[in-house]
Design a protein around this ligand. Sequence first.
Ligand code: SF4
Ligand code: SF4
Length: 451
Amino acid sequence: MSQTSLIGFTGADVPDAGVINSCVHCGLCLPTCPTYRATSLEMSSPRGRIYLMRAVAEGAASIDNDVFVGQIGECLNCRACEAVCPSGVQYGSILEASRAQVQRLRAGEIKEAGPAHAMGAGERLIRGIVFNQLFKKMGLFRAFSALMRLYQLTGLQALARKLGIIRLFGMADAERMLPRMSPRFVTPHGQVYEAIGERRYRVALLSGCIMSTAFANIHEATIRVLRRNACQVVIPPEQGCCGALHTHGGDLEGGRELARRNIAAFEAAGLDLVDAIIVNAAGCGSTLKEYGHLLAGDPVWEARAKAFAAKIKDVHEFLVSIPLNTADLRPLPLRVTYQEPCHLAHAQRITAQPRKLLAAIPQLQLLEMAESALCCGSAGIYNVTQPEMAAVLGARKVDNATATGADVVATANPGCALQLAAELGKRGSPMHVRWIVELLDEAYGPAQPLT
Ligand code: SF4
Ligand code: SF4
């Protein structure tokens, strides 16, 4: 621990004392916490972390103490604790504000603090490029994604892996998580896809960052499924990354910048003209639904953020509500288990709808895995920042998934899909990772090119 005098929370984005103090320390959240389950340590539990936040807020501990910084980093922000808390503690909000404080500390913005937790020049450079350039400039992001596709297609990736070059730079684990790029990107430019048959809804699609490049095939499947369900689908231009990685990591200003851009883009396309803004990635959906909170107190943007957030629908939530067109679904004789993304199950409290959609597919057998809602260890860039804990949780998840004897593990978030595929690949398992919308799309019949 640093020898400096006690330093509390300072500046903007301080964890709300009212939220911290609403924890009554009952401990009901402990069994749901993946890091507590893995370590059995009180300080690695939600209650322990709230104690630490309170100690810093009340001046009993300094923000630059190793335990506080370590635990704020080790938390997955999976929000399993929040979903079960009888006192309604909004854990995600105080965790993200604590991370914003730790970011200030690490960036050297808290002058009283020593250098113990300062970000190194390399990390500063990489974070600057990734978070301030790539994720904020979609043209650049798509150009980078195209380069990654070339890297994968030309055999350079296989060669670099074989020669151990990536391991030499200590990047083997991070590189293993690099998604296989989709052959086509979904670049938003105001596309309109008509409903197949009678049109009853008009919806807009969030294209996002990684979903529009590495997972563009999932966007295509989502569009086809929506069209089969009486929806005209529009993709407004000028939209971009939702800011989930920024917000969940504590760069709240970065998240706000991206939120304002998306709100303006969807407003320009006519917010009142659509029944819903559809999101097919759990982490993006929960972030967009919380734009009102992110921009609270902003006289220009708060009301607009709330109006925007009110339109957000997770694709599974939406399809079940309209309800799903089951008449055109063909049999898919597969044994499928479902891995629940944390930001769908805990942050959005959507648990029944994904299962209902899977159960609607004829001949698809849904086999429940143990601990389906326990975090798989992906959690944004967690597998890069906390590789040991991420590996423990990834292995536990795949143990549970494979124990069902299913052919397929279905999920609904890019991070989960990558984490599961990496762990299954490492084991040489024949189990496939599929998205629920992808299975629905397949059940609706052979995929037609989008027109
Ligand atoms: S966060 Fe909620 S469930 Fe956990 S100890 Fe506090 S009051 Fe209890
Ligand atoms: S967010 Fe998840 S990892 Fe963090 S304290 Fe809550 S349950 Fe534990």
